[in-house]
Write a protein that binds this ligand. Structure first.
Ligand SMILES: [Zn+2]
Length: 539
């Protein structure tokens, strides 16, 4: 039997041991993690422009970080909302439920966005538009797991020009998600997060920082004017339209990010904080000019300088030894079809509206001769959203209706198709492509058919687009900077789902609920204790 005195001493000893191990594990963690997600930043840009980058921007990752150069999305939903949901849930659409930016809602009988929430209202702007929330997410995120592990002590924020990029990166439990009102340029949020903007954000908006970026000329490094943010004479134009496709949009985002870090004292709390910055300007420009244009090069080099300045701010504010950084993108982009065609690569600008008419015409001839019906409600190339009521009127159920639509899509030039019913059953060929479409499935949004597009075809008459299962859309950067990473270029298989899983593992917390990624162990530095242990074993 142990005496109370011995018990007391042992108790103290174990308490001391426990506090020691907690302290040492805790000290290995960073004060702040910043994840930069560049909207439409293709995986090959880092190599293409490497020699043109300055110090401390992208080269912080390339020269001093762990750079996974062969990172590809393993699904077909290469759009903004699914991309951000994938990066932070560590799962694909079949896990997190976000398969598109918007979809046809059969109950509401209208198109809804991935983050639209009729229960919520926008905060920070006078608008009758519905608010936003992550309620359509079917999985939690890295930020949520950080919150759960620290009982809310970690602070989690996401900002972006686009609402969906901010909301889906932030997850359910975030302290804030902020995005830019397209009309006014004001930073806004939703009542899901808070009923009014914090004082610092109100002051930021009141300082009219958005106006600083109007009536500006964007020039390349040779001084050539590329674009202006002056409204065309006699025409009203919103902030998004004027500034969105220039580097000024990203400048404005970094202004806000700096203000957020200082005012919320990120990196100064009792637990690791997380900030996601979604840079959206690159995507808006890229759709217009394509990935191979001089403007895109100038935009990428501007992003490089902006990152260098921001990382310098982090260095002075928090110290880079206390920060982990990660870089990725939500999707890539197809070359402009005209550019690919010039090189004799088969490519085409297709009109989604025309394709939809063609498919509906064929379905009407087959299912309701003499009566033209809108069986395909919207065609967000290459996904067709079907009107179940139109099929019900001719007594056709989901299985047959989706197959009929798929066959009509084949005849309109699609390479193949996967129906919602088929994907829900997991009924796909046991191939790499089959797996990509299995990962693309979501139960949300009523009946649909995912068309397999011909490579280098886009569903818009001008410019270019993404949303294919092909490398130009799936290949994105994935790079890390910080003490736990072993600098180098890693050409091993990597996927965006690995980001949240790797960071969660390093933090010693659970990965997000539906995560399927792997820990990118080859890019990790061997910690001191493990190294001495390994050496001891080898003796
Ligand atoms: Zn886009």
């Amino acid at each position: 039997m142990t005496s109370p005195r011995r018990c007391f001493i042992f108790g103290f000893f174990f308490l001391w041991l426990a506090s020691l191990s907690f302290a040492s594990a805790y000290n290995a963690r960073p004060k702040l993690i910043v994840v930069i997600v560049i909207d439409q930043f293709r995986g090959d840009y880092l190599e293409r422009y490497r020699d043109l980058f300055g110090e401390g921007g992208f080269r912080l990752f390339l020269d001093h970080g762990a750079n996974f150069s062969e990172c590809n999305y393993n699904y077909a939903n290469t759009r903004t909302a699914p991309g951000h949901a994938t990066l932070f849930s560590g799962a694909y659409s079949d896990g997190h439920g976000i398969m598109a930016n918007e979809w046809w809602d059969p109950q509401k009988r209208r198109v809804v966005t991935s983050i639209q929430d009729d229960q919520a209202k926008l905060v920070g702007v006078n608008s009758s538009a519905p608010g936003s929330s992550p309620r359509n997410l079917l999985a939690d995120t890295l930020g949520d797991e950080l919150k759960l592990a620290t009982q809310g002590k970690s602070r989690v924020f996401a900002i972006a020009l686009k609402d969906r990029a901010a909301v889906l990166s932030a997850g359910f439990s975030a302290d804030g998600a902020y995005w830019i009102d397209q009309e006014t340029g004001l930073w806004i949020t939703s009542t899901y997060y808070r009923s009014e903007l914090p004082k610092w954000a109100l002051e930021f908006n009141d300082s009219k920082r958005a106006e600083k970026y109007l009536n500006q000329q964007w020039k390349d490094s040779n001084g050539n004017a590329l674009r202006t943010t002056t409204p065309p004479p006699g025409k009203e134009a919103g902030f998004g339209e004027l500034v969105g496709s220039t580097p000024f949009a990203n400048d404005y985002e970094f202004d806000f990010a700096r203000e957020l870090i200082s005012s919320e004292k990120l990196g100064d709390g009792p637990a690791t904080d997380l900030l996601v910055i979604g840079l959206s300007g690159n995507d808006i420009l890229g759709h217009e000019v394509g990935p191979d244009s001089p403007q895109m090069e100038a935009m990428t080099l501007a992003t490089d300088r902006q990152l260098a300045a921001f990382f310098d701010f982090l260095k002075h504010q928090i110290g880079l030894a206390n920060v982990w950084l990660a870089l990725s993108a939500d999707h890539g982009i197809a070359p402009l079809p005209v550019v690919a065609s010039r090189l004799r690569v088969p490519a085409a600008n297709l009109s989604a509206a025309q394709l939809r008419r063609q498919i509906n015409q064929r379905l009407s001839e087959q299912l309701s001769p003499g009566h033209a019906a809108e069986y395909v409600k919207t065609l967000d190339y290459p996904i067709a959203w079907l009107d179940s009521e139109a099929f019900a009127a001719v007594k056709i159920g989901e299985e047959d209706g989706e197959r009929d639509a798929g066959e009509a899509m084949l005849r309109a030039g699609f390479r193949g198709y996967y129906t919602r019913a088929q994907l829900a059953r997991g009924d796909v060929p046991n191939t790499e492509t089959g797996l990509k479409y299995l990962h693309s499935y979501s139960p949300q949004g009523g009946w649909y058919v995912m068309g397999v597009p011909a490579p280098f075809t886009v569903g818009i008459s001008e410019g270019t687009d993404h949303t294919s299962p092909y490398s130009y859309d799936t290949h994105v950067p994935l790079a890390f900077y910080g003490l736990p990473f072993q600098p180098g270029t890693y050409r091993t298989h990597a996927e965006p789902v690995d980001l949240a899983v790797t960071l969660a593992s390093l933090l010693g917390i659970n990965p997000p609920t539906h995560a399927i990624g792997r820990v990118l162990a080859e890019g990790l530095a061997v910690p001191q204790q493990d190294r001495s242990h390994a050496m001891g074993n080898s003796r």
